[in-house]
Structure formats: C-alpha cells, structure tokens
Design a protein around this ligand. Structure first.
Ligand code: SF4
Length: 324
C-alpha cells in the first residue's frame, strides 16, 4: 500500500536491515577463497527459467536467500530448494544469510504454489526447507505437512525430502511432519557442540540429535540425513565425534561442506579444509557405517539431492540383500 492510499504523508521508508542483530558486530577480515572453491556464474537458459518460475509463483528458495555458491549448477538442472514459511527467520545463527527479524504472515496458499512448481518443473526429487518459526504454536510443522500432501497430490511421482528446523521442541511437531511421510527427513547439526553458543546460539546440540533419533523411532524406514559445515574453528576429532553421535541416532546420510562467510558481519572463516581433508572425512564417515556420505568443499545439504536419494535407496537395498 502506498503512503497516499493509507492516508499517510510522504513517510520515508528506511531500507530494512537484512540482519539487524549483526549490525553492530565488528567486520572480520576477508579471507581469499582457495582455487577449489571457485564456481561459474549462472548463465544457462534453464537457470533463468527456474528463476522466472519462482518469481511467478512468489516462492522463495534457500539457494538465493543463503547465497549458495552452487546455484548456477543446480538451477541449470531445475534443482531448486524451496524455502517455506516466509522469508524472515526468528533465529539469528551466525553463519546464515537468511534475513532475520519479525516473521511474515503465514501464507495458507503456499503449499499449493510449491506443489505447482514441483509439477511444472517435472521434478523427480524435491527438497523443501524453511526459516525457523519459533513464533508459531507448532513451529510450522503442520505447514510442512500440508506442503508434503500438496506435492503428493500434484506430482505423485516426485520423492520428497524435508530439511526442517528443530521446531523449538514444540510438542508433536516432529510427529506431524513424519506422519505426512516425506521420503527423507533432514535436520542439520551444522557444527560441533563446542561451537553451538557462537555459531547456532538459538539451538541445542542434543535437541537436534534427539530430533533425528526420534524420527527413526517413529518410522524406522524413513531415511534420515544431517549436515555439517567445517571451517568454523572445529577440530577433526570433534567432527569424528559428531559422526559417532549421528550414527548412535541411526542417521543414514551425512553431508559435510566448507563454511563460506556470507558477509563480513557473519561468523569468520577459521580456515578452508582441503579436498584431501574432505576425502579423509568421507572415508572416516563411511567406515562408521553411514549408508551414504557426501563430503567436499562445495557440498551443501541439498546439493545433488536427487542423485543422492537414488544412491541412498540403492545402498539400503544392498544392505538388506547382504543380510539375507
Ligand atoms: S546446493 Fe542446495 S541450496 Fe545450493 S543451489 Fe543447490 S539446491 Fe540450492
């Protein structure tokens, strides 16, 4: 609504700060990216088609909101991770580029628009994530379930992966999402427990672990997945301990990628792990029994999610056959 329509006179609107809570933080010095981090600028026509469809249907993607480096590659394959429940997050994680502040009004028609996008793009596998909505009674769990049901109706052949927040431990939230039967339930631990107070201050490491364990408890056939970033100041031994914790929660699929600092006010990069170090982490994770591991500098939790889901199913099939 314009100022004249609302009866107001020429109020000058200040541009909204994307991360108001970080405004007074000191900026950390820029760390040049090593050669293995470089990505190509998006140019493909399919990238532009994907972008246009998101705009037409008024949908948001974590690819754009989080300034993901893989957007050129993923969108050229129509692989966009849609972000539901609005554009504004009620938490303020130190690594994340999603806008923070007062959340948007919940859009009851969003599930149908997400489903329409999946159908129009002809997706075989879709990843749905969200901002944190600590303000909602169920943390947004029922909205996730509605999105899953709408996709099943509009695109019955598509497999569905959800990447959810911890729902602030709201009673019944995990159960609501699991009951809608996504194919993969992902919840990222993001970092090692020692760094939670500075990296993920609104979350609790053991709550996130319990969430993953609870999903398996409710439905042992549902694939579970979790992701970590490295480069925030963690040690290798700490990462290996997190892997053990995730295996104790029976998590099937682990992703590990390099943290990249979205702005100078975000958490500084401690260091860039080398491709060889990622290969070492992947080997260690496989030895610990994950069904599938993706660990590389540019790995993100939704990167290559479609191909990885096929590999996950195949790995489980082999496991069952070997046990016979
Ligand atoms: S890796 Fe995930 S968030 Fe990044 S562009 Fe690809 S689908 Fe989007």
């Amino acid at each position: 609504m314009s100022g004249s329509e609302s009866g107001m006179t020429e109020a000058i609107e200040k541009p909204r700060l994307r991360h108001p809570e970080k405004a007074n933080r000191p900026a950390s010095p820029h760390k040049p990216k090593p050669p293995w981090i470089r990505v190509r600028a998006p140019t493909s026509p399919v990238y532009h088609e994907t972008r246009a469809l998101m705009r037409t249907l008024d949908l948001r993607t974590v690819c754009e909101e989080a300034a993901c480096p893989n957007i050129g590659e993923c969108w050229a394959k129509r692989h966009a991770t849609m972000m539901i429940l609005g554009a504004v997050c009620t938490r303020a994680c130190a690594f994340c580029n999603v806008a923070t502040g007062l959340p948007d009004r919940l859009d009851p028609h969003e599930p149908e628009r997400v489903a329409e996008a999946v159908a129009r793009m002809g997706l075989a596998h879709v990843v749905i994530t969200s901002v944190d909505r600590d303000d909602l009674d169920d943390g947004g769990a029922e909205h996730f379930a509605r999105v899953i049901r709408a996709i099943r109706a509009a695109a019955p052949g598509a497999t569905i992966e959800v990447l959810t927040p911890d729902f602030l431990r709201k009673p019944g939230a995990i159960e609501t999402v699991v009951a809608a039967r996504p194919d993969v339930y992902n919840h990222n631990l993001e970092t090692v427990p020692r760094l939670y107070p500075s990296v993920r201050p609104g979350a609790r490491y053991f709550v996130s672990l319990q969430l993953l364990a609870r999903v398996k408890e409710i439905d042992p056939t549902m694939f579970t997945k979790s992701g970590l970033m490295v480069g925030l100041g963690e040690g290798r031994e700490e990462v290996l301990q997190v892997m053990d914790d995730l295996r104790a929660a029976e998590v099937d699929f682990l992703t590990v990628g390099q943290y990249l600092q979205p702005t100078p006010k975000h958490h500084p990069i401690d260091r860039f792990w080398t491709p060889d170090e990622f290969a070492g982490l992947a080997a260690a994770a496989r030895a610990k029994g994950f069904l599938l591991v993706s660990a590389s500098p540019l790995t993100r939790s939704s990167y290559h999610a479609g191909e990885d889901f096929a590999a996950l199913r195949e790995a489980r099939r082999h496991l069952i056959e070997d046990a016979r």
